[in-house]
Design a protein around this ligand. Structure first.
Ligand code: EPZ
Length: 423
């Protein structure tokens, strides 16, 4: 098993290139299933969740190759419509294959997806939307069987909450349905916009009113297209937190400042100066000692992203004063807080609220990643901690951060990854 070892207290300087967004790449790969042809997904990050998606595509009969940052998917002929339980459990996003498979094959057999480390993560909204589109859904012993006679039927759907995954599944299912689907209260995350751009490039007809309603006019067939995955706004926010916690100046290249703006106010309140020297470039200059971040409330886009809360909370641990985090999306997203406490962080959690009293210094310790963003929080805290931190359970980090160690060591962090046995 690998561990990450960090000797804290180094100031960082230089440039970090931002990779393609995991949360965009995964639904894009699922979307290629709708196309009886070849699609090219450029700027696709090298992550274990992307590997899991490629495995699912291959299992369904697609030809899949990965060359550098491009994944090519040939879904001209499919050989199956079922995803085995072991593949479903590899990640939560396996569920976005459902809409695509049922639309393309007329039936789909899946089990419940994995990735439940943030509290209960039901899929009721995905299934009820598919039912409205004319799909018969049967659930038995954890297996979900979906079937549709002929084509799916466009309809009007209102989501009670703007679920990202449900919006993606509805888009994938409705693109080739008969008639128009009007989706109200859809998620407005930039990754949804990215998916719509790709589907439209494939010949779909999706229009947004810009305020949460999507109009999807069904077309009879999609064709192959090439698409560049948008930059990862959560990876970007994580490196902003790395600069903030170490009092550093960093430049992030190949990113999308527009979609990351939602985290700027908290960092600015803490004394960071952010500017955008170019449209795809973000420069952060942090004060020698970070201030408090104020009250950070996670919300659907364009609110503060839940996925960026953990790395920023880790930075707040050494900020001067009290910062408050309110998690409004997931029920149980503070598992990593106990690990931060091992490093001397002072955090009180009460339900969805975490109150962070900044301390002058954290101490290096042995800690474990509890989930993907919780793992990022360990790295951020360790960069500022006095002494050595060793981080285990890296499989969580590998799901969402490409070459985290290489990126941070290139800007001066004392960080390495090694086999636990070499220790
Ligand atoms: C996506 O998850 C992201 N994952 C998550 O990123 C992100 O935290 C989340 O959106 C919110 O932004 C991917 O894009 C792969 P939701 P998703 O459906 O689609 C409830 C990361 O760290 N809900 O918008 O699963 C649900 O329980 C990951 O990169 C239902 O009740 O999120 C949650 O409380 C973690 N019923 C809320 O909605 C449903 O059928 C929002 O979930 C679906 C969701």
């Amino acid at each position: 098993m690998d561990i990450i070892r960090i000797q804290g207290g180094r100031r960082l300087a230089g440039e970090i290139p931002i990779h393609g967004a995991k949360n965009s790449a995964l639904p894009l790969l699922a979307a290629t299933l709708l196309v009886p042809g070849v699609c090219y997904i450029h700027n696709c990050p090298h992550l274990s969740d992307v590997d899991a998606s490629m495995k699912i595509l291959r299992h369904l009969g697609c030809g899949v190759t990965q060359q550098e940052d491009t994944v090519t998917v040939d879904a001209t002929v499919l050989s199956g419509c079922a995803i085995p339980d072991a593949l479903m459990r590899e990640m939560r996003s396996s569920i976005v294959f459902l809409g695509a498979i049922v639309a393309r094959c007329g039936e789909a057999v899946l089990t419940y997806p994995g990735g439940c480390e943030l509290g209960p993560r039901p899929i009721d909204l995905h299934l009820s939307a598919l039912r409205r589109l004319g799909v018969t859904v049967e659930e038995q012993h954890g297996t979900i069987r979906c079937r549709v006679e002929k084509r799916l039927r466009g309809t009007e759907i209102t989501l009670p909450i703007p679920s990202v995954g449900a919006t993606e599944n509805i888009l994938l299912a409705a693109c080739t349905a008969e008639g128009t689907t009007v989706l109200h209260h859809a998620a407005r995350e930039p990754e949804i916009r990215d998916l719509c751009h790709f589907l439209n490039a494939c010949g779909a007809s999706i229009r947004s009113d810009g305020s949460g309603t999507l109009f999807i006019r069904g077309v009879s067939r999609l064709q192959g297209a090439a698409h560049r995955v948008m930059p990862d706004r959560i990876e970007t926010a994580t490196y902003l937190a790395a600069a903030a916690v170490t009092g550093s100046t960093l430049t992030l290249t190949g990113c999308s400042p527009d979609t990351t703006m939602t985290v700027f106010p908290a960092l600015e309140q803490a004394g960071c100066v952010l500017n955008t020297p170019a449209p795809d470039c973000l420069c952060v200059q942090a004060p020698a000692r970070l201030g408090k971040l104020g009250t950070v409330r996670t919300m659907p886009y364009p609110g503060f992203p839940t996925d960026a809360a953990a790395p920023l909370l880790a930075a707040a641990c050494v900020g001067e004063g009290t910062s408050v985090f309110v998690e409004n999306i997931f029920e149980n997203r503070y598992k990593y807080v106990d690990e931060l406490a091992r490093m001397g962080a002072c955090i009180q959690v009460d339900g969805r609220v975490a109150v962070v009293e900044g301390v002058p210094r954290l101490q290096g310790a042995s800690v474990a990643c509890t989930d993907l963003r919780g793992g990022a929080a360990m790295v951020i805290a360790a960069l500022a901690a006095q002494g050595r931190t060793e981080i285990t359970a890296l499989q969580h980090l590998d799901r969402g951060y490409q070459d985290l160690v290489g990126c941070l060591s290139a800007v001066g962090a004392e960080i390495c990854r090694m086999d636990e046995q070499e220790n």
